[in-house]
Design a protein around this ligand. Structure first.
Ligand SMILES: [Zn+2]
Ligand SMILES: [Zn+2]
Length: 400
């Protein structure tokens, strides 16, 4: 079977994370989105682990579902808009965590069970592991990889090309970090397969596209996700699928919409060519720091000008959260009653947000909302005009 999964989210114990990020809410919202499997996030945080433990039950080995008693929690999108009524099995959970290593490189970890999270936790040297959802660990990438693999887990770099906390801000090769091949590489919001497949050393590594969501609402959860072909819903089958390169679809932002696509100033967001930026010694005339964009960082390391896709590499499809598309089309805020009502109507009618974005025939959407159908079509056909993001500022879609 093919499942939709988002393997990188954060709990309320990570900085700047919504207090609504609770297990039952995540499970419910993920289902509206159309996800089948979602990472718990922050699996080394003691309080969050307790919450995971008490609000889920093992479904199959290494996969967890929400306890019946937690279910009834009805979600209100806004004070005035109820969530859609959808009869569907709720999303399942797999244990995931992100940690910052001693080189300030973010590592994404996927674990076989709650027990293994407790055990690995005991072996992580960290001063802030009880405080931070994403702890800082005094180990390098290779040491963390060894530890995670001792417990049968999976590991790879998070948002691999971003300028602050990624593997490629620190190293020119993933092997300088791990001395070995990671199980996957997470592309991050500012890169896609066409960009990453210009780098020769990534030819044998599966790519993940995950949301890195800090709130449970469907315009964050699953804003990037993976289609994975899996034999059954167990951790071992999941691991086999990643190892066997059965990620069969990546979905996510057009990389130009990411916050660090182009090289730009973190204070005034002005864009610079990489030559210009280097001439200015990475300092903007406004006084702000210029951060090298993902596009230029990839070009630094690329062997080819065009992508060389290995045979197993799936298509990368550009999407944007439905509420964000509605918000752009009608010029109203994502969390307004106006936008949320349209969102609710579409999800109610077609079953999930992913169905609307990717699977439902456009004529069907057109019957409900022709203006919206046009923009969804532009996404599906990749014909959008975009003003690229830089310096920490998201890119923007330009409608005619
Ligand atoms: Zn991160
Ligand atoms: Zn500036």
């Amino acid at each position: 079977m093919i499942i939709n999964s988002d393997l990188h989210v954060h709990s309320p114990y990570s900085m700047a994370t919504s207090k609504n990020m609770l297990i039952s809410t995540i499970a419910y919202q993920s289902k509206l989105k159309g996800l089948d499997l979602i990472g718990t996030g922050d699996a080394f945080h003691p309080e969050w682990l307790k919450i995971i433990e008490s609000s889920t039950e093992p479904s199959k080995t290494g996969i967890y579902s929400v306890k019946e008693s937690e279910n009834g929690s009805k979600v209100q999108l806004l004070k005035t808009v109820d969530a859609p009524e959808i009869e569907a099995e709720k999303c399942k959970f797999i244990l995931t965590a992100e940690i910052e290593d001693k080189n300030r490189v973010h590592q994404l970890i996927i674990l076989p069970s709650i027990e293994s999270a407790y055990e690995i936790r005991e072996e992580l040297p960290s001063k802030n592991i009880n405080k931070e959802g994403r702890p800082r660990i005094d180990m390098d990438g290779a040491e963390i990889m060894d530890l995670v693999r001792d417990y049968n887990g999976l590991i790879g770099p998070s948002h691999a090309f971003t300028p602050w906390t990624s593997i490629y801000k620190e190293f020119d090769s993933i092997y300088n970090c791990y001395n070995d091949t990671p199980d996957f590489l997470e592309l991050g919001l500012s890169a896609d397969t066409n960009m990453a497949d210009r780098i020769e050393e990534l030819q044998d590594i599966p790519f993940l596209s995950n949301s890195d969501a800090h709130s449970p609402w469907p315009h964050r959860l699953g804003r990037e996700f993976n289609e994975i072909e899996i034999k059954e819903m167990t951790f071992n089958a999941f691991k086999d699928a990643i190892k066997g390169k059965k990620v069969v679809g990546n979905y996510g932002f057009d990389p130009r919409l990411g916050k660090y696509h182009e090289t730009g100033c973190v204070r005034c967001y002005q864009l610079f060519s990489i030559e210009e930026a280097r001439k200015l010694k990475m300092r903007c005339p406004c006084g702000g720091l210029i951060k090298i964009g993902v596009k230029d960082r990839i070009s630094d390391m690329a062997k080819w000008d065009e992508a060389h896709h290995p045979e197993f590499r799936p298509q990368y499809t550009h999407i944007l959260p439905l509420a964000e598309i509605i918000s752009i089309v009608y010029g109203k805020g994502i969390t307004t009653v106006f936008v949320q009502k349209i969102w609710k109507g579409l999800v109610q009618e077609f079953g999930s947000e992913i169905a609307v974005l990717i699977h439902v025939p456009l004529e069907e959407i057109s019957k409900t909302d022709s203006k919206l159908a046009e923009v969804i079509m532009a996404f599906r056909e990749n014909t959008l005009k975009i003003q690229p993001g830089a310096g920490g500022n998201y890119g923007k879609i330009m409608l005619d």
